[in-house]
Design a protein around this ligand. Structure first.
Ligand code: COA
Length: 191
């Protein structure tokens, strides 16, 4: 139900909701170390209550049209998530993010899912700019930003402490006209 196919491999994009708490916890448990290398999500989702609370926070955001959360299912199993952490309709700016459990990486699931969501953000919701904030050390995520046609705009040097180490953040973004131009070139099908 409410599923969007991401391709011939059976991958699907669906809203990720409070009733998925057990599935979300299992997904994070399978990827706790991999996912936690650069982002604190596994520290936020540690048990069923915290999984439910995280999902509820996104249900509240969605209720306020201030963010959203989708899951990626592969072979009927929840394997990752795509989020709009920031969703500012008056400013036309949003910030996207993602995770995958390691067994689901390397198949283009996040790129494929994000393309669906960015198309919706730009064309249905009138967003002008989608941002992607990523640790300078997070090569796979930088690869996603590149495949989505984003431009690296700058670096916030040592702007946050993660697990006791000061890390820097790259700011990547794609603008609505750039997104449309890439679509016209057929770039949205590229790997
Ligand atoms: C960031 C993260 C989601 C990237 O995962 P990923 O699997 O590399 O990204 P995608 O799902 O878009 O897959 C891209 C890979 O699949 C390949 N691929 C296969 N089929 C593809 C297709 N149809 N479309 C696009 N890429 C495809 C690409 O070539 C690429 O592989 P490569 O990097 O070896 O060239 C993952 O590393 C992760 O979850 N990390 C932990 C959490 C995290 O850091 N989140 C980001 C915070 S900013």
């Amino acid at each position: 139900m409410y599923a969007i196919s991401l391709g011939d491999d059976g991958a699907e994009l669906r809203p990720l909701e409070v009733w998925h708490a057990e599935e979300l916890l299992a997904d994070i448990d399978r990827g706790r170390e991999f996912i936690g290398r650069h982002i604190g999500l596994p520290d936020v989702i540690t048990d069923l209550d915290s999984a439910r609370a995280y999902l509820k926070s996104y249900a509240d955001k969605r209720g306020a049209d201030a963010g959203s959360l989708h899951g990626i299912w592969l072979g009927g199993k929840l394997v990752g998530g795509l989020l709009f952490r920031v969703w500012d309709t008056s400013g036309g700016v949003c910030e996207a993010g993602c995770w995958l459990e390691p067994a689901a990486a390397g198949r283009g699931l996040v790129t494929r899912g994000m393309r669906v969501l960015l198309e919706w953000a730009f064309e249905e919701r009138g967003m002008h700019r989608v941002e992607w904030l990523v640790s300078t050390a997070n090569e796979p995520s930088i690869g996603v930003a590149r495949r989505l046609g984003m431009t690296r705009e700058g670096v916030l040097r040592e702007n946050y402490a993660y697990r006791g180490v000061r890390a820097s953040t790259e700011v990547w973004a794609v603008l609505a006209p750039e997104w449309r131009a890439a679509r016209a070139r057929g770039a949205h099908n590229d790997h």
